[in-house]
Write a protein that binds this ligand. Sequence first.
Ligand code: NAP
Length: 304
Amino acid sequence: MSLLYKRVALIGLGLIASSIAHAIRRSEQVGEVVGYARSEATRETAREIGFCDQIAETLVDAVSGADLVILCVPIGAMGQLAAEIAPHLAQGATLSDVGSTKRAVIEAVRPHLSEHVHFIPAHPLAGTEQSGPRAGFAELFDNRWCLLTPLPGTDEAAKDKLVAFWRALGSNVDEMDPDHHDLVLAVTSHAPHLIAYTMVGVADDLGRVTDSEVVQYSAAGFRDFTRIAASDPTMWRDVFLSNKDATLEILGRFTEELFALQRAIRTGDGDHLHDYFTRTRAIRRGIIEAGQDTDAPDFGRGHG
Ligand code: NAP
């Protein structure tokens, strides 16, 4: 079987990069994987775990000779990194990323690149609330979607190769316009995260419920908010700063719906509440039918 890429460079060695490295090894479709992270501590941990074939000491060493380079750092760091690596990217190399928003990444990265590099932004819709090089695992992308947001005029062969790469990592792959991506993700991921952060913040502020009560009785919904609200603060700061318009639009709609539900509760409008919850239940069924979650009670958690 011929290899998809001879040398893949992963810049940043956190949850997503380490998962990519593990999944690449499982796929056996890449020659070698070189990793680089800014801190010596992360490079040392990555060496110790051994998910890359090589850990480079410099950014330039990492990208030199790579036919695929993937930026796996917080969105706010991508522009600066692109500026630093651009002069060292090989002729015909593909540069991609895994950022959770796409328009901001395109605006930050593209100006630094020359014509001879194929820039194809991507976003794997897979993650956990863990971060760092120890958090990665090979199955993270299995049966999850990876959205590519190619720019007009993107080289078809380079794109097909990146699609094959993500499929080899276990993902389903789709293409989307970058702005539409940002709106879809504002609904499915960014606004829900903000709501979880808020709910956990509210519980923390509420003097009448003690911290120990919140912890002890958290099973009824709150526990899932706390899992989401434990996500990496730097990554999520950058998500909101870089997807401002779409997130604010969705939060505006959310607030309107919340007021409507608030009014229904105050006026005792049970029909409104029942109709609303019936509609939302159907959405949950759709997610399960699409194979994107389990229908086991309580998300399949054991009750031992
Ligand atoms: P992570 O586990 O926190 O790892 C981030 C990596 O980026 C670390 O290696 C860190 O280096 C490096 N880094 C941080 N700030 C940097 C800077 N200013 N300059 C250079 N390097 C920097 O993060 P992650 O969860 O893998 O997320 C990486 C990207 O994936 C983000 O763009 C995020 O939007 C996207 N993403 C995340 C998820 C998710 O659920 N986590 C899902 C899909 C996409 P050091 O270790 O040396 O500090």
